[in-house]
Design a protein around this ligand. Structure first.
Ligand code: SF4
Length: 346
């Protein structure tokens, strides 16, 4: 989806199958999307339709596949809604990438699309697509209407049914803090998504981007973005829900490259380390529960590898816990490997 592009560069991703892939992200952007989701800047009426350079794209894919000829790889097509491309261009892209992937021992295509695009396609057989990330900003029909999404929760269910029938790994990209949405909506959406049993989810807090309908709504005070704190707390609630249902959360938060931030971001709960703020919130809750059960604890010993999440950004967790449970409280890392021993003797 236009405003939800993940990081560029090679990504190693793990899904429920616990299989690591090297991923080449390829961004299909620069052309107008035929939809008009209020939070996205990809819809445009300038009339100028730039199409991806198919030859450049092929070269990039071929090089990547030959560099990683012995590892499992995925070519990830992210960016604007591909169904807005001319059908011949979209088919050419898919056909060419599929033929290169077929020559590799373990390569497939990952694509980020709307649920109604999957329903329109009906089947993904012989496309080489093995992972689909569905854009599902909400499962609340009122929210979907307010954001001009032009599909319903039923469309999402129909799309997931097709993907499951075809044994395609299914991810769901969901959003928090949209117009008409609150914490309860976020939880209700999470519960509905859990009911669909996707292989993984991504959670994106809503940001106000330039040149979007949401920017106009924000300027006219028709929409108030969530605070960073609100977004972190509700994201943590959702992550806990997903994890307890056994659904991995592949990412929390948008990445906007630093040099682009000023040009694209108007308002909203953006933080470059949003995911780690969410993890810290979850770790804080974990430690707080432990202390409520046994307030005499003075030393909290935590796994070495997660010490920074437990301590929190700017030591925020230890400050919060000390305020509630006493200033002599200490968080220390469990030293499994004495040679590496790290103690955040806070
Ligand atoms: S479908 Fe909506 S979110 Fe996706 S690119 Fe188009 S306008 Fe943006």
């Amino acid at each position: 989806m236009g405003s939800g592009e993940p990081d560029s560069g090679i990504i190693i991703m793990e899904t429920r199958q616990k299989r690591a892939f090297k991923i080449l992200p390829v961004f299909l952007s620069g052309y107008s999307c035929r939809f008009g989701c209020v939070y996205c800047n990809a819809s445009g009426t300038s009339g100028e339709i730039k199409v991806p350079n198919v030859r450049d794209l092929e070269r990039k894919v071929r090089n990547f596949l030959s560099e990683h000829s012995n590892s499992p790889v995925e070519i990830a097509l992210y960016g604007n809604d591909p169904s807005s491309l001319e059908p011949t261009i979209w088919q050419e892209i898919l056909l060419n990438i599929t033929s290169y992937c077929n020559e590799h021992p373990d390569a497939g295509i990952r694509v980020s699309v709307r649920p109604d695009t999957i329903v329109e396609m009906g089947s993904l057989a012989n496309t080489g697509i093995r992972v689909v990330e569905l854009g599902v900003p909400s499962m609340d029909p009122h929210v979907l209407k307010k954001i001009c999404r032009e599909h319903t929760p039923d469309t999402v269910e129909a799309a997931v049914k097709i993907l499951k029938r075809e044994k395609i790994t299914t991810g769901i990209q969901t959003m928090l803090g949209l117009p008409e949405a609150d914490a309860l909506e976020a939880m209700t959406t999470a519960v509905s998504i859990i009911g669909l049993a996707p292989d993984f989810v991504r959670i994106h807090p809503t940001l106000v981007l330039k040149a979007t309908a949401l920017e106009r709504m924000f300027v006219e005070r028709e929409y108030t973005p969530w605070t960073l704190e609100q977004a972190v707390v509700v994201s943590a609630d959702c992550v806990v829900q997903y994890r307890s249902a056994g659904i991995p959360v592949a990412r929390c938060g948008f990445h906007i490259p630093e040099d682009l931030r000023e040009d694209v971001l108007v308002a909203g709960p953006y933080h470059p380390a949003f995911g780690s703020l969410v993890n810290s919130e979850i770790r804080y809750r974990e430690l707080r529960t432990k202390l409520l059960e046994n307030p005499t604890i003075r030393v909290l010993t935590v796994p070495d590898e997660f010490i920074s999440d437990y301590v929190g950004h700017g030591r925020s967790n230890i400050h919060r816990l000390r305020r509630e449970f006493g200033h002599d409280l200490v968080i220390t890392a469990e030293k499994k490997h004495p040679a590496k021993g790290c103690s955040a003797g806070c």
